[in-house]
Design a protein around this ligand. Structure first.
Ligand code: GLA
Length: 731
């Protein structure tokens, strides 16, 4: 059993392979956080807490005359609010009389031999090979009859502990739930730094690192999606931790909407670490008997640096979040027409792109935006999910048949959650779009957002999506979402509780995705939101790959894919070769480099291959072959970042097969100087006692030696040139 409760049922130790998490219900029933770190025994660690009278730190009634016992300074699992803990709360409840106080105390617990589900939301699921365990702790609010259930899930092998919470109103009156995070924990002694991933459209997930001090470090999104701007995944690591050293705690929210993640030191230098749905624009009205569930947060600990932490996340997301026919099946190499044609295409152009791609070994044609309704630019047509037969010279089934006859799969782009004002759908149902009565709504890409909280909207979309997919035997759907949400207001009266809409929107999207995939179980879904604006573990439950960024520049992709790799498996990263000069940056990079960078992901092309040289066509064939050769490495292997955040003149990364029989190491020269210095890179993860041959010069050394001595290139790479190096086990 990974979950241990002491005999008196008040001390809980969660054990994974290499980590432990401990908490304790004290004699006043306050649930104290005692430890999260390297694996330890099950001894009670409550003596790590030393209470003194801090002054201006009040005392609950049970403390009597003991002024050292204060909710304001104790390390807690569920910080109370309004009753004497002045740090950030986890749950905030407003009563009908306007008062705002909540004091949750330990009541009971239960241990389950399986993972818990989160109603209406994605969460880690059990497989035949591996089941999780669950600890459910029930906390009761002291005065109001509100009950809080804390869920702790344990996946031993991946060193993962999850947290989620459910609030049930068993009180006599309705309450307003103004804040409810997925977890809070107070880490007692370490000095931490936070690594987070910020950015913007076409420049997502730039890793940044900042010390956690008494000023709060907080990131989040209030855009309705997880966003390009901050990703819902952060790391707290000890000062100086790097890829191979130091303790690190990761937190990754399985959620695709508004979120917050924060860390702050308190007056005792303890770090309060929290994550969950953003409290801005959030307020749930809960009548007697109603409940609210938070999304799940996946926590993981590594005592030996960031590489191990990332590998743990890759494994848990790949095995227990990603689902469907393509969870492990080889994904088709695709060609997408977006950058090749934008909206300017017809059937002939698409078939020509497909024919040429097929000759070079590409396995699927994806028809992007512009095939439906009146859609020759991005000002109209969204919502009218009917094939523009004039533009396509026939039905979608006819085009699909032609593509299928070439021996290729066929994929289609949709943006289900959106509506253009210039569309038949909007003319028929203006109330289906979010807009506050009496206000002209803000436009994003000249489009409005559909009210996904409405059943009729979801029914319409489900019918349209499934009909087209079934009629044309579509193999793949790219599910896009191209604006942030505001002017949020639902015309369905029962749902018009404004503070609930952002969350209900996400629940609506999840509901539609779930039912769509149930109706089309063999489909490969690729998520997208202006590239990587919804690149999160929530979406990965539905789409095992997500278009990582609208930026296809190979050099920018190095940092975008680097940032994405801290939490998300490489198999989830949609990554394509495109033309040069690059459409986003104007940069020119070698065709080979573009391929090598795109190979670190779910691979494809975003160009018209009729327009490239014969030499480049040969390179496409080579890249396609490489994709097949290395698929098990890139999609199932262990991933190592060999270069870091500091500016250097090359970037390098490595995939090692799970059985350590071989490895693929890629280097891209990012900066060039006169009188070039040699490129020397680390090599990681080879089996210490095995011998490996290096593809560069046939040199054979033990894994132990390669892992320590690294590799020096005996060739000068020019700016943006790349090289792939393979290590294979030698007899
Ligand atoms: C978004 C996507 C692109 C493309 C366009 C189409 O920007 O990220 O890949 O599909 O929409 O409008």
């Amino acid at each position: 059993m990974a979950i241990k409760a002491s005999e008196n049922g008040r001390l809980f130790t969660l054990q994974t392979k290499d980590s432990s998490y401990q908490m304790f219900a004290d004699d006043k029933n306050v649930l104290l956080h005692l430890y999260y770190g390297e694996k330890i025994g099950e001894e009670n660690l409550s003596s790590l807490i030393f209470n003194t009278d801090m002054g201006f730190a009040g005392n609950p009634e049970e403390a009597g005359s003991d002024r050292t016992y204060s909710l304001d300074t104790l390390p807690q699992e569920v910080p109370s609010s309004g009753v004497g803990d002045y740090r950030d709360d986890m749950v905030r409840i407003r009563q009908v009389d306007g008062s705002c106080a909540a004091d949750f105390r330990f009541d009971s617990y239960e241990i389950l031999d399986h993972s818990y589900a989160v109603p209406g939301m994605p969460a880690l699921y059990d497989t035949e090979e591996e089941k999780g365990e669950t600890l459910v702790i029930t906390m009761k609010e002291k005065a109001s009859g509100v009950v809080l259930k804390l869920f702790y899930g344990v996946f031993e092998n991946e060193n993962v502990i999850t947290r989620a919470a459910r609030l049930e109103n068993h009180g006599e009156t309705a309450i307003e739930l103004e804040k409810m995070l997925s977890f809070s924990m107070d880490l007692m002694y370490e000095n931490y730094e936070m690594i987070y991933f910020s950015g913007r459209h076409a420049m997502e997930r730039t890793a940044e690192r900042i010390p956690v001090q008494h000023a709060k470090v907080e990131i989040g999104s209030i855009r309705g999606t997880s966003s390009h701007h901050y990703n819902p995944a952060v790391i707290l690591c000890e000062e100086g931790a790097d890829e191979t050293h130091g303790s690190c705690i990761g937190a990754c929210l399985v959620y695709s909407g508004n979120f917050v993640a924060a860390a702050q030191k308190d007056q005792k230098n303890q770090t309060r670490f929290q994550m969950g749905i953003h409290p801005a624009n959030f307020c749930f009205h809960l009548k007697k008997g109603e409940a609210f569930d938070t999304p799940q947060a996946i926590l993981s600990y590594s005592g030996s640096g960031l590489a191990k932490l990332s590998q743990q996340y890759h494994e848990i997301i790949r095995e227990h979040i990603c689902r469907g026919a393509y969870k492990h099946a080889e994904r088709p190499i695709l060609i997408n027409n977006w950058e090749a044609t934008y909206f300017d295409f017809n059937e002939e152009k698409i078939l020509k792109i497909a024919e040429q791609a097929q000759k070079l070994g590409i396995e699927m044609l994806v028809l992007d935006d512009g095939w439906f309704g009146k859609r020759d630019d991005d000002n109209s047509g969204l919502g009218d999910w009917f094939v523009n037969e004039k533009k396509m010279n026939g039905s979608m089934a006819q085009l699909a048949e032609k593509i299928h006859k070439m021996g290729m799969k066929f994929g289609l782009w949709f943006e289900p959650e959106m509506i253009s004002e210039d569309s038949d759908l909007y003319r028929a149902h203006p109330d289906w779009a979010f807009a506050v009565p009496g206000r002209v709504p803000n436009h994003g890409r000249n489009q409005l957002v559909l009210d996904m909280t409405r059943d009729d909207v979801r029914e319409y979309l489900l019918e349209r999506l499934t009909t087209i997919v079934h009629d044309a035997e579509i193999d793949y759907v790219k599910w896009d979402m191209n604006r942030s949400i505001c002017d949020i207001y639902s015309h369905v009266a029962a749902q018009n509780r404004n503070g609930e809409l952002y969350h209900r929107y996400v629940l609506g999207v999840y509901d539609l995705l779930e039912r769509f995939l149930a109706a089309c179980p063999d489909l490969l879904l690729e998520g997208c939101s202006g590239g990587g604006g919804r690149f999160d573990a929530g979406m990965m439950y539905y789409s095992p790959q997500i278009w990582c960024s609208d930026n296809t520049d190979a050099v920018n992709r190095l940092s975008i894919q680097y940032g994405s790799s801290f939490f998300y498996p490489i198999s989830t990263v949609g990554s394509h070769v495109s033309v040069c000069p690059n459409h986003q940056t104007g940069r020119v990079t070698p065709f080979k480099t573009r391929g090598d960078v795109a190979l670190a992901g779910s691979f494809g092309y975003e160009m018209d291959l009729n327009k490239i040289s014969d030499e480049e066509k040969e390179m496409v064939k080579e890249q396609v072959a490489a994709m097949h050769t290395y698929y098990d490495l890139t999609h199932e292997g262990l991933y190592y970042r060999l270069t870091g955040l500091k500016k250097q003149d090359f970037m390098a990364w490595e995939f090692v097969a799970k059985d350590q029989s071989r490895a693929l190491l890629t280097i891209v020269k990012t900066d060039a100087e006169g009188n070039m210095l040699p490129v020397h890179t680390k090599v990681c993860g080879l089996a210490e006692n095995k011998l490996y041959r290096c593809s560069l010069d046939g040199e054979i050394r033990s894994g132990r030696t390669w892992n320590r001595a690294g590799l020096t290139l005996h060739q000068v790479l020019k700016e943006y040139e790349s090289i792939r190096v393979e290590f294979t086990e030698a007899e």
